[in-house]
Design a protein. Structure first.
Length: 276
């Protein structure tokens, strides 16, 4: 006969198991809400935010029309290059305006894109969706006079995985990855070691797989105090990059101003001038 104490223990363990299964199920169903944090509100016209900038429309293969900003080069020494800026998983293009101005002032045109679901754009983000958005951005830049061989792909955090995949499909002149990670599951496992992250994730963003074997020049930038993307993951990307040009390590956390500032823009400029 099972003692009352053992019955209570068995019931408690069953309750914990059920709660765990329900929690994992909810995380599986809601995972994209834990990955993407768009500011979906309307964005003011480009010219109101940055002098000389203009609004452009990205037309995706699956029929969406996405708003983006194009900022011409304003520096005294035009590099004849453009930078496609693929942002991270939060905010919208308005939050990258100062960074775009910094790049423009260094002689590079800039396409500041927003993904589907961000910055007033239609649709909902997903790995496949962001890939289609990036392809549409490349097409828009080519129409503006900057084909891939005259373009640097700049990816910030989640955007680094977007452009790593993009460069494998549409090779550019160079790639700059800011706060990259090996794959999204590695980031999730770092923050949630008690969850079966690898089994749950639908959007994998396997950055290293896309970078492997690439002959495109790559610069890696990351903060040594990054609390979002562990620095060791960014370092692994740099170690594995077949065509690493430069590794820039900043004494900063993930979203500190320096990570959007002149030192990052200077690294992009160095890449642009070395391949231009």
């Amino acid at each position: 006969m099972i003692s009352p104490t053992r019955r209570r223990l068995a019931r408690s363990l069953l309750v914990v198991l059920v709660i765990g299964v329900v929690a994992v199920g909810m995380l599986g169903a809601l995972q994209r809400q834990l990955i993407y944090f768009p500011d979906a509100g309307p964005v003011r016209p480009a010219g109101d935010a940055i002098e000389g900038a203009r609004d452009v429309t990205l037309r995706t293969a699956d029929g969406l029309e996405l708003s983006a900003w194009f900022i011409p080069a304003t520096g005294t020494e035009d590099t004849a290059m453009a930078v496609l800026v693929a942002p991270g998983n939060g905010g919208n293009r308005a939050g990258r305006a100062r960074f775009a101005e910094e790049l423009s002032g260094r002689g590079m045109a800039v396409l500041l894109m927003d993904y589907r679901g961000y910055g007033g754009n239609p649709g909902a983000p997903s790995e496949d969706g962001l890939a289609a958005d990036a392809d549409a951005a490349v097409d828009a830049l080519a129409h503006l006079g900057y084909p891939p061989h005259q373009t640097i792909y700049f990816g910030e955090s989640l955007g680094s995985a977007v452009v790593a995949a993009l460069q494998a499909r549409r090779p550019p002149a160079g790639v700059v990855l800011r706060s990259p990670f090996t794959e999204l599951a590695d980031v999730g496992a770092h923050h949630y070691p008690w969850l079966p992250v690898r089994a749950l994730l639908r959007d994998q963003f396997r950055l290293l797989d896309h970078l492997a074997g690439s002959e495109v020049p790559v610069t890696i930038i990351y903060g040594d105090r990054d609390s979002v993307v562990p620095p060791m993951l960014s370092a692994r990307v740099a170690d594995a990059a077949p065509s690493l040009v430069e590794r820039v390590v900043l004494h900063a956390d993930h979203n500190e101003p320096v990570m959007f500032g002149s030192r990052v823009a200077a690294a992009v400029e160095r890449m642009a001038r070395s391949v231009g």
